[in-house]
Design a protein around this ligand. Structure first.
Ligand code: TXA
Ligand code: MG
Length: 339
């Protein structure tokens, strides 16, 4: 499938690329000479490229190509009503795609971009309707990975990029995770090593007053409030971002939650045989280290046939709040964060 998509759109200068459908997608180190130009060419031809970011790997498509955007939804198995984040090369590019940029949004962008913050802003029709599910606002972000931003710059258009996993599954934080999740449904994987943050970006809805936190991440509420000089509210109304669904980011194993290591060990000891093998994750880890390793731990547990994972949930402060949020969703329960 991958090579046909490339050929159909006549990516002439990719003649040397062997997509290797039988063996998996083409994986290229992002630092390799030609990797950035190659990725931009694949995107320009309507192909899908897995891109490293500081949060998780994204499944990128050229925002302007309806066929490629449709392929993102198809490959992920994601409802088309769930909008995609628009990834920009530079904060200055926001002016071209936002209906207007308020002083508050400009302050946030200059404080946190490039970085793990997605800002929901009215797009005034500059973002195609299929990207945003027909909504008036789009989520914009400038990822921190400089090579990934070079790809976007070289393409000359923003890319849409959801996490490069099937819908509802665990986000990828390494190139190997992407290959394991998407196989040849992705045309090219840019390997930029493990994602340093390991959890998806913070999403802030800037279209409401006060602004609302739609998804906690590595940019903390306190940091947002200190730049804004105003409080940030909890989300209200219907789930506007599917990351807010109670069940998401889920492994195949049953995930049980505990508040401390002692409790986790007791749960482990009491498990009946049919719920084993089982393991504890997160014990003794700093919340930041737990964030960076969480998705790898969940994938590893599945790969090793672990039936029950018992997580020690960190207190919901700092990055611990995002870890607790993802653990709650991965366990199929509503978040511990106040809402
Ligand atoms: O860190 C991240 O944000 C990663 C990397 C690849 O950038 N991307 C990511 O994308 O997590 P995704 O599609 O897996 O999650 C995006 C979340 C979804 O919950 C989606 O509903 C919400 O953002 N979202 C995107 N655009 C939106 C919009 N216009 N209105 C409301 N929610 C939106
Ligand atoms: Mg996702």
């Amino acid at each position: 499938m991958a090579c046909y998509r490339g050929r159909r759109h006549g990516i002439g200068n990719l003649a040397h690329v062997t997509f290797g459908a039988a063996h998996g997608p083409r994986v290229v180190e992002i630092g390799d000479p030609g990797a950035i130009a190659l990725a931009a060419d694949v995107l320009r031809g309507g192909g899908l490229v897995a891109i490293p970011t500081e949060t998780v790997y994204g499944l990128a498509a050229d925002m302007r190509r309806r066929d490629a955007v449709a392929a993102v939804f198809r490959v992920k198995g994601r409802p088309t009503s769930h909008p995609l984040i628009v990834h920009l090369a530079d904060a200055d590019d926001l002016d071209a795609f936002a209906a207007s940029v308020s002083p508050a949004v400009r302050k946030l962008a200059s404080a946190f971009w490039p970085g793990p913050l997605s800002l929901l802003i009215d797009h005034g029709g500059s973002v195609p309707a299929d990207v945003v599910g027909g909504r008036p606002a789009a989520a914009f972000r400038v990822p921190a990975n400089t090579a990934t931003r070079s790809v976007i710059r070289s393409l000359g258009s923003p890319v849409v990029a959801p996490s490069a996993n099937r819908f509802g599954g665990v986000s990828p934080t390494t190139a190997a995770h992407v290959v394991a999740s998407l196989h040849t449904d992705v045309d090219l994987v840019l390997d930029g090593g493990p994602c340093p943050v390991g959890l998806e970006s913070t999403i802030l809805d800037t279209t409401v007053d006060p602004m609302q936190l739609l998804r906690p991440g590595a940019v903390l509420v306190e940091e947002l409030e200190s730049i804004l000089g105003a409080p940030v509210a909890e989300p209200t109304g219907d789930s506007r971002a599917p990351g807010m669904l109670p069940s998401h980011y889920a492994p195949a194993a049953t995930l049980l939650l505990s508040t401390n290591e002692g409790e986790a060990r007791r749960i482990l000891a009491d498990l009946p045989d049919h719920e084993r093998p089982a393991r504890v994750i997160g014990a003794g880890l700093e919340p930041g280290a737990f964030a960076a390793s969480l998705y790898t731990s969940l994938r590893l547990a599945d790969d090793e046939g672990i039936r029950t994972v018992i997580a020690v949930v960190p207190p919901a402060v700092g990055i611990g709040r995002a870890v607790a949020d993802r653990l709650q969703r991965a366990s199929g329960r509503r978040g511990v964060t106040p809402r």
